[in-house]
Ligand binder design. Structure first.
Ligand code: MN
Length: 717
């Protein structure tokens, strides 16, 4: 953090931006945004002690350095105005129009995400979320600039936060910058991350670079002269830049086992020429004078990288036997390489076009972006789900509408206010009486357009009409309306409950008629607070009660044969489980009921595979067979246990992000999430690692707090 950067004035900003934006009106809007932000952030300070506006100005300067267009710059100035200064987004829209408001809204939404880098799955997942949530790639660029400045001022944070933030920057944000081809931001994010994650390595490299600097500088200078003379002799106009390798890229090579002295492309030159043809001419001349290293030549001009990077790369034996990595590219290719997608603004605007025209639609932007992400992560074998999910999102023809509060609602093209209402919540849909779109009253079959702001009027006594089936577009809406009219829902549940009970009783070898007698029915009704047998079935059928829970009211769990009473004779303190009377025995945790530390457990002697530990109420235990034995948890056990939760939502919205967030904020690591059933009500299965029952119960409680949750249960297979 240079001192100069801390005091960026609006004049500095305008001077810099004027190098590529000439429109007077646009410059005026930038100044207006500056004044607005300054006013609203007045009295706010950063952890570093600086006035808040300094952060905002630094972020904006970063955006200007990658040639962001004026809307992005204005949104950069306003990027924290909603989340940090409490300004309403409608005020932004009023003052700066809907385009800029949309960008600010996007950045505000992104800043709400709590990232986690605990495992690969989550990293990929968050990358997808960031891209998937974002309507406009410019939002991501603002986010990257924001994060870059936060990384520059990371010293002001406590040490544990530094590591977390550095990890996020390295694992999630730098790769996104790379996908977007914004090398400038990517490389600084990486270097800053390394500085906080591995300070000793970082400073060691810095020191080594400093030590060899004079020697390297001289070699580079001499080589530059040689190459310049060569190109001048052949009348190729050019510029040569000595090129600093990023510290992170050196670290990467050292990490792969190279010695510092062996990193031969420490010496690097970049040659900029006017045309593609001159790139190849220059290459030919250089190879004719300096012997190229075999297998180091790469032609990214003819075959650009997925993020649009173009350049010729070669490594040659230069003067005094030094190896030089040389990049040859045109000025335009260089802009793209440094500033990525952002540089298109600068170039296309000069050509009279603009960003919006360059990317016909947000769909096209996304497609481009997703393509590069998928291309680049191929070797990491990103989950198939990721790829298909992305394709669906991109290829589906969707529109995006807003609630009056600014929440984005994704709908299929041709959707009506009814689709919108049901998408918010089934209850809202069912009680809809009217709709207001962009301040005009419209009929319920009105076709919504992209970016409409939709307000739904409801009346709690109102119910759906059959007519509605012809007024909606989304299949899910139609199903929801239909299911309202399916009066036999109750019957289905009762049937289902009865069937489940019969099946379980059969499994436990209990006669159905013995079990279902008047006395038992009375006890069960009292216990689960229902009125009659039909309601017992209903409770089981709709999941309010579990079938085992109901049976256990009568057939008490103690009925499981009590294990033989053997004194514990030894303790293997390394093991998680202590098996009575037996010292060295193979013990596995059953993966049907996934017991965790603290659960009531029982051991089951398997044929030839030691002892499998189940939860005491696991329905896979064949209690009639006397093969169980007493086991207990070792109190010294200190590990995490994999377990699996089934989470039933009461609607069909996608709550995955929210759920993963809740889980990860509780310091529980997630191994996988999947949606099991996507009908009217979504069911999620989360596999996670917990320290024990105590943490698991807390987690279940936390998940239950969301109002879209119907119930949470531990999975039993
Ligand atoms: Mn910020």
């Amino acid at each position: 953090m240079s001192k100069a950067e801390e005091k960026i004035t609006v004049d500095d900003l305008i001077e810099k931006v004027s190098s590529y934006i000439e429109d007077k009106e646009q410059i005026d809007t930038i100044v207006k945004a500056y004044n607005f932000a300054k006013e609203k952030h007045k009295g706010q300070y950063r952890k570093s002690g600086e006035p808040y506006i300094n952060h905002v100005m630094s972020v904006t300067m970063i955006l200007i350095s990658v040639y962001a267009d004026y809307e992005t710059i204005v949104a950069g100035l306003l990027h924290d105005i909603v989340s940090e200064a409490g300004v309403d987004i409608s005020e932004v829209e009023e003052k700066f129009g809907s385009n800029i408001a949309k960008l600010v809204r996007g950045v505000t939404q992104l800043s709400k995400i709590h990232f986690s880098t605990e495992n690969e799955y989550l990293i990929d997942y968050y990358k997808k979320i960031i891209v998937g949530m974002t309507e406009d790639v410019r939002v991501i660029i603002i986010k990257l600039a924001d994060r870059l400045h936060n990384m520059r001022t990371l010293w002001a944070m406590p040490e544990d936060r530094q590591k977390v933030k550095a990890h996020e920057a390295l694992e999630i944000l730098a790769p996104i910058a790379h996908h977007l081809g914004i090398h400038k931001i990517k490389s600084e994010l990486e270097d800053l991350s390394l500085r906080y994650l591995k300070p000793d390595v970082f400073y060691d490299i810095v020191e080594k670079l400093n030590k060899t600097k004079i020697e390297r500088d001289k070699a580079v200078y001499d080589m530059e002269q040689e190459v310049t003379n060569l190109l001048n002799e052949h009348h190729i106009p050019h510029e040569i830049k000595g090129r600093a390798k990023s510290i992170y890229s050196i670290y990467n090579k050292l990490d792969k086992g190279k010695k510092f002295s062996d990193i031969y492309d420490l010496l690097a030159l970049r040659i900029l020429v006017n045309t593609e043809q001159e790139c190849y001419l220059a290459l030919g001349l250089i190879h004719s004078k300096f012997r190229p290293l075999p297998n180091r030549f790469k032609d990214y001009v003819a075959m650009p990288k997925a993020n649009m990077y173009q350049s010729l790369h070669t490594t040659v034996f230069g003067i005094d036997g030094y190896l030089f990595e040389i990049q040859i590219r045109t000025y335009e290719m260089d802009e793209v390489a440094e500033n990525g997608i952002a540089s298109h603004w600068a170039y296309k605007e000069n050509g009279g076009s603009n960003f919006a025209a360059n990317f016909q639609s947000s769909t096209e932007q996304k497609l481009q972006l997703f393509k590069s992400i998928i291309d680049l992560s191929q070797d990491k074998l990103s989950s198939e789900e990721f790829v298909t999910g992305v394709q669906e999102e991109v290829l589906d023809d969707n529109i995006y509408c807003f609630t009056p509060k600014g929440d984005v609602i994704e709908l299929p093209k041709g959707a009506t206010p009814l689709d919108f209402a049901y998408k918010i919540h089934t209850k809202v849909g069912e009680t809809t009486v009217g709709a207001i779109v962009n301040n005009n009253i419209v009929p319920l079959n009105h076709e919504l357009q992209n970016n409409d702001i939709v307000k739904i009027n409801t009346n709690k006594n109102s119910t759906p009409s059959k007519e509605w089936l012809n007024m909606v577009k989304a299949a899910t809406t139609r199903n929801k309306i239909k299911s309202f009219f399916t009066k036999n829902d109750r019957e289905i549940y009762v049937e289902r409950g009865k069937y489940a009970l019969e099946k379980e009783l059969r499994k436990r070898k209990i006669a159905f008629n013995d079990f279902i007698n008047d006395e038992n029915i009375k006890i069960i009704c009292e216990e689960i607070k229902v009125d009659d047998l039909e309601e017992i079935y209903l409770s089981i059928g709709n999941g309010k009660a579990t079938v085992n829970g109901v049976i256990n009211i009568i057939e008490k769990p103690e009925d499981i044969p009590t294990p033989k009473n053997i004194k514990i004779t030894s303790k293997n303190t390394d093991a998680d489980i202590i098996v009575s009377g037996i010292d060295k025995v193979k013990v596995n945790l059953a993966n049907c009921c996934n017991p965790v530390y603290g659960d009531e457990i029982v051991g089951y002697i398997t044929k030839g595979n030691g002892i499998t530990v189940h939860r005491i109420n696991c329905h896979n235990l064949d209690v009639l067979e006397d093969r169980t034995l007493e086991v207990s948890w070792n109190n010294n056990a200190n590990k995490r246990y994999m377990t699996s939760l089934l989470i039933y939502a009461n609607d069909s919205e996608n709550h995955m992000l929210d759920l993963v967030q809740s889980v990860s904020t509780m310091n529980v690591s997630v191994d996988g999430v999947k949606t099991i059933n996507r009908g009217d009500k979504a069911i999620y299965e989360i596999n996670c690692y917990v320290t024990g029952l105590e943490q698991l119960n807390k987690l279940i409680l936390a998940i239950n707090k969301h109002n879209y949750i119907e119930k949470v249960e531990r999975a039993m297979k």
